[in-house]
Ligand binder design. Structure first.
Ligand SMILES: [Ca+2]
Ligand SMILES: [Ca+2]
Length: 266
Protein backbone atom coordinates (compact mmCIF):
# COMPACT_ATOMS: atom_id res chain seq x y z
CA UNK A 1 0.00 0.00 0.00
CA UNK A 2 1.47 3.30 -1.03
CA UNK A 3 1.15 6.37 1.24
CA UNK A 4 -0.02 9.57 -0.37
CA UNK A 5 1.18 12.93 0.71
CA UNK A 6 -1.41 15.66 1.12
CA UNK A 7 -1.04 18.70 -1.09
CA UNK A 8 0.84 21.60 0.61
CA UNK A 9 -2.26 23.77 0.71
CA UNK A 10 -4.40 21.09 2.22
CA UNK A 11 -5.31 21.99 5.81
CA UNK A 12 -4.39 19.24 8.29
CA UNK A 13 -6.39 20.78 11.10
CA UNK A 14 -9.96 20.07 11.89
CA UNK A 15 -12.07 22.88 10.50
CA UNK A 16 -14.05 23.08 13.76
CA UNK A 17 -10.95 24.02 15.75
CA UNK A 18 -10.07 27.73 15.60
CA UNK A 19 -6.73 28.34 14.00
CA UNK A 20 -3.98 30.07 15.92
CA UNK A 21 -3.50 33.67 14.98
CA UNK A 22 0.02 34.83 14.46
CA UNK A 23 0.56 38.23 16.07
CA UNK A 24 3.08 40.65 14.66
CA UNK A 25 6.23 40.99 16.75
CA UNK A 26 6.11 44.15 18.85
CA UNK A 27 9.88 44.40 18.70
CA UNK A 28 9.83 45.24 15.10
CA UNK A 29 7.57 48.23 15.72
CA UNK A 30 9.70 49.88 18.40
CA UNK A 31 11.09 53.09 17.14
CA UNK A 32 13.90 55.00 18.81
CA UNK A 33 12.51 58.43 19.69
CA UNK A 34 15.34 60.66 20.93
CA UNK A 35 12.96 63.57 21.44
CA UNK A 36 10.78 61.51 23.80
CA UNK A 37 13.79 60.37 25.82
CA UNK A 38 15.02 63.93 26.20
CA UNK A 39 11.59 64.99 27.49
CA UNK A 40 11.77 62.15 30.07
CA UNK A 41 15.16 63.38 31.25
CA UNK A 42 14.12 67.01 31.38
CA UNK A 43 12.48 66.87 34.81
CA UNK A 44 15.26 64.99 36.67
CA UNK A 45 17.91 67.16 35.05
CA UNK A 46 16.02 70.27 36.08
CA UNK A 47 15.74 69.02 39.68
CA UNK A 48 19.38 67.99 39.97
CA UNK A 49 20.67 71.20 38.39
CA UNK A 50 18.55 73.48 40.59
CA UNK A 51 19.03 71.58 43.89
CA UNK A 52 22.77 72.18 43.87
CA UNK A 53 22.68 76.02 43.52
CA UNK A 54 19.76 76.14 45.99
CA UNK A 55 21.85 74.26 48.57
CA UNK A 56 24.87 76.48 47.96
CA UNK A 57 22.62 79.53 48.35
CA UNK A 58 21.46 78.22 51.73
CA UNK A 59 25.05 77.78 52.86
CA UNK A 60 25.55 81.52 52.39
CA UNK A 61 23.08 82.09 55.25
CA UNK A 62 24.94 79.89 57.74
CA UNK A 63 25.70 81.48 61.07
CA UNK A 64 29.44 82.06 61.55
CA UNK A 65 31.35 79.06 62.88
CA UNK A 66 28.25 76.88 62.75
CA UNK A 67 26.49 74.54 60.35
CA UNK A 68 23.13 76.16 61.07
CA UNK A 69 21.33 78.16 58.40
CA UNK A 70 17.98 79.89 59.07
CA UNK A 71 17.09 79.62 55.36
CA UNK A 72 17.56 76.41 53.37
CA UNK A 73 15.88 76.80 49.93
CA UNK A 74 16.95 73.32 48.87
CA UNK A 75 14.46 71.74 51.28
CA UNK A 76 11.53 73.62 49.72
CA UNK A 77 12.73 72.76 46.25
CA UNK A 78 13.02 69.08 47.15
CA UNK A 79 9.51 68.88 48.62
CA UNK A 80 7.94 70.88 45.77
CA UNK A 81 9.63 68.87 43.04
CA UNK A 82 8.50 65.56 44.53
CA UNK A 83 4.93 66.79 44.98
CA UNK A 84 4.59 68.41 41.58
CA UNK A 85 6.75 66.20 39.38
CA UNK A 86 6.36 62.92 41.23
CA UNK A 87 8.19 60.89 43.82
CA UNK A 88 9.87 58.85 41.08
CA UNK A 89 12.30 61.74 40.63
CA UNK A 90 13.93 61.27 44.05
CA UNK A 91 17.17 59.94 42.44
CA UNK A 92 17.59 63.36 40.83
CA UNK A 93 17.59 64.93 44.31
CA UNK A 94 20.17 62.41 45.45
CA UNK A 95 22.40 63.24 42.49
CA UNK A 96 22.02 66.99 43.09
CA UNK A 97 22.82 66.68 46.80
CA UNK A 98 25.97 64.66 46.07
CA UNK A 99 27.55 67.80 44.64
CA UNK A 100 26.91 69.85 47.77
CA UNK A 101 30.09 69.95 49.88
CA UNK A 102 29.73 67.83 53.01
CA UNK A 103 29.33 69.58 56.31
CA UNK A 104 32.68 70.36 57.82
CA UNK A 105 33.22 69.17 61.36
CA UNK A 106 35.60 70.94 63.66
CA UNK A 107 36.32 67.74 65.52
CA UNK A 108 39.73 66.23 64.81
CA UNK A 109 41.65 63.13 65.74
CA UNK A 110 43.63 63.80 68.89
CA UNK A 111 47.31 64.18 68.08
CA UNK A 112 50.05 62.50 70.12
CA UNK A 113 51.02 65.91 71.55
CA UNK A 114 47.43 66.69 72.54
CA UNK A 115 47.00 63.28 74.19
CA UNK A 116 50.26 63.79 76.07
CA UNK A 117 49.18 67.24 77.25
CA UNK A 118 45.73 66.10 78.42
CA UNK A 119 47.16 63.01 80.12
CA UNK A 120 49.61 65.22 82.02
CA UNK A 121 46.71 67.36 83.24
CA UNK A 122 44.82 64.20 84.28
CA UNK A 123 47.76 62.87 86.30
CA UNK A 124 48.09 66.26 87.99
CA UNK A 125 44.40 66.18 88.94
CA UNK A 126 44.74 62.64 90.32
CA UNK A 127 47.72 63.70 92.44
CA UNK A 128 45.81 66.74 93.74
CA UNK A 129 43.14 64.35 94.99
CA UNK A 130 45.60 62.12 96.81
CA UNK A 131 45.58 59.20 94.40
CA UNK A 132 48.61 56.97 95.15
CA UNK A 133 51.54 57.56 92.81
CA UNK A 134 51.50 53.88 91.79
CA UNK A 135 47.98 54.31 90.47
CA UNK A 136 48.66 57.69 88.89
CA UNK A 137 51.38 55.99 86.86
CA UNK A 138 48.70 53.66 85.46
CA UNK A 139 46.54 56.52 84.15
CA UNK A 140 44.77 55.60 80.94
CA UNK A 141 42.75 57.95 78.74
CA UNK A 142 39.72 57.07 76.63
CA UNK A 143 37.34 58.91 74.29
CA UNK A 144 39.70 61.82 73.74
CA UNK A 145 38.33 64.66 71.61
CA UNK A 146 40.15 67.60 70.06
CA UNK A 147 37.89 70.46 69.05
CA UNK A 148 37.72 74.24 69.22
CA UNK A 149 34.79 74.45 71.64
CA UNK A 150 34.55 78.24 71.86
CA UNK A 151 35.73 78.95 68.30
CA UNK A 152 38.59 81.17 69.38
CA UNK A 153 41.08 79.51 67.04
CA UNK A 154 42.62 77.41 69.86
CA UNK A 155 42.09 73.65 70.00
CA UNK A 156 40.40 72.42 73.18
CA UNK A 157 40.54 68.90 74.59
CA UNK A 158 38.02 66.60 76.24
CA UNK A 159 38.63 63.14 77.64
CA UNK A 160 37.98 60.52 80.28
CA UNK A 161 40.74 59.00 82.39
CA UNK A 162 41.04 56.11 84.78
CA UNK A 163 43.71 55.22 87.34
CA UNK A 164 43.10 51.72 88.66
CA UNK A 165 45.08 48.73 89.80
CA UNK A 166 43.67 46.11 87.44
CA UNK A 167 46.47 43.62 88.09
CA UNK A 168 45.67 43.35 91.79
CA UNK A 169 41.93 43.98 91.64
CA UNK A 170 41.45 41.13 94.10
CA UNK A 171 43.66 40.55 97.14
CA UNK A 172 42.99 37.66 99.51
CA UNK A 173 39.68 37.11 97.69
CA UNK A 174 38.62 40.65 98.55
CA UNK A 175 37.89 43.13 95.77
CA UNK A 176 40.16 46.12 95.91
CA UNK A 177 38.03 49.15 95.21
CA UNK A 178 40.88 51.48 94.44
CA UNK A 179 39.76 53.02 91.22
CA UNK A 180 39.71 56.69 90.26
CA UNK A 181 38.11 58.31 87.24
CA UNK A 182 38.20 61.77 85.68
CA UNK A 183 36.32 63.63 83.00
CA UNK A 184 38.28 66.66 81.85
CA UNK A 185 37.67 69.67 79.66
CA UNK A 186 40.81 71.65 78.89
CA UNK A 187 40.80 74.86 76.89
CA UNK A 188 43.67 75.98 74.69
CA UNK A 189 45.44 78.86 76.42
CA UNK A 190 46.71 80.51 73.24
CA UNK A 191 50.32 79.82 74.18
CA UNK A 192 50.45 76.23 73.02
CA UNK A 193 49.26 74.88 76.37
CA UNK A 194 45.97 73.97 78.00
CA UNK A 195 44.23 74.92 81.20
CA UNK A 196 41.64 72.77 82.90
CA UNK A 197 38.16 74.22 82.53
CA UNK A 198 36.01 71.48 84.05
CA UNK A 199 36.73 68.43 86.20
CA UNK A 200 34.49 65.54 87.20
CA UNK A 201 36.13 63.10 89.60
CA UNK A 202 35.03 59.73 90.94
CA UNK A 203 36.62 57.66 93.69
CA UNK A 204 35.21 54.15 93.71
CA UNK A 205 36.43 53.49 97.25
CA UNK A 206 34.69 56.59 98.56
CA UNK A 207 31.63 55.53 96.61
CA UNK A 208 30.08 58.96 96.39
CA UNK A 209 30.54 61.93 94.14
CA UNK A 210 28.50 64.70 92.62
CA UNK A 211 25.29 63.16 91.29
CA UNK A 212 26.49 59.63 92.12
CA UNK A 213 27.80 59.33 88.59
CA UNK A 214 30.29 56.48 88.28
CA UNK A 215 31.52 56.97 84.71
CA UNK A 216 31.43 59.96 82.40
CA UNK A 217 32.55 59.82 78.80
CA UNK A 218 32.30 62.46 76.06
CA UNK A 219 30.23 61.52 73.02
CA UNK A 220 30.16 64.64 70.88
CA UNK A 221 29.82 68.41 70.88
CA UNK A 222 27.35 70.75 69.22
CA UNK A 223 26.48 74.41 69.69
CA UNK A 224 22.85 73.70 70.51
CA UNK A 225 21.88 77.23 71.57
CA UNK A 226 24.12 78.91 68.97
CA UNK A 227 25.90 81.13 71.45
CA UNK A 228 29.29 80.45 69.87
CA UNK A 229 30.42 77.72 72.28
CA UNK A 230 29.71 74.03 71.79
CA UNK A 231 27.75 72.14 74.39
CA UNK A 232 29.20 68.74 75.30
CA UNK A 233 27.09 65.59 75.19
CA UNK A 234 28.36 62.99 77.64
CA UNK A 235 27.38 59.42 78.42
CA UNK A 236 27.11 58.77 82.15
CA UNK A 237 26.49 55.64 84.15
CA UNK A 238 25.43 54.88 87.70
CA UNK A 239 24.84 51.73 89.67
CA UNK A 240 22.82 49.58 87.22
CA UNK A 241 21.62 52.58 85.18
CA UNK A 242 22.84 55.11 82.67
CA UNK A 243 21.82 58.37 81.04
CA UNK A 244 23.13 61.30 79.04
CA UNK A 245 24.16 64.75 80.14
CA UNK A 246 24.64 68.00 78.27
CA UNK A 247 27.17 70.43 79.67
CA UNK A 248 27.03 74.10 78.78
CA UNK A 249 29.72 76.71 79.31
CA UNK A 250 28.25 79.95 80.58
CA UNK A 251 29.54 83.42 79.78
CA UNK A 252 31.35 83.33 83.14
CA UNK A 253 33.32 80.31 81.95
CA UNK A 254 31.57 77.92 84.31
CA UNK A 255 30.30 74.60 82.99
CA UNK A 256 26.90 73.44 84.19
CA UNK A 257 24.79 70.37 83.42
CA UNK A 258 21.74 71.71 81.56
CA UNK A 259 20.22 68.33 80.68
CA UNK A 260 20.22 64.91 82.25
CA UNK A 261 18.13 61.99 81.03
CA UNK A 262 17.41 59.71 78.09
CA UNK A 263 18.88 56.68 79.78
CA UNK A 264 17.62 53.48 81.28
CA UNK A 265 18.25 51.19 84.19
CA UNK A 266 16.76 49.16 86.99
CA1 LIG B 1 39.09 77.06 71.87
CA1 LIG C 1 26.33 76.87 73.02
Amino acid sequence: MQARLAPPDTPTQDAAVPRAITLPSPVGRVRSRPGHRLRELRAPLLIACTYYPAARLGMLFQFPHTEVAPVWPASGLAVASLLVLGRRHWPALAVGSLHVPPRKTDRLEVTAEEEKALSALARREFRKRGVPAALVAKTEGTDLISIDLNHDGQRDLIGSFEAADKEHEYRDHQQVLDEHRLFLIAMGDGAGGYRIDYVWYFDLKAGTNEGSTETMRPIDTLDLDEDGTDEIIASTSYYESNDYQILKRGHNGKWTIVYRGGGSGC
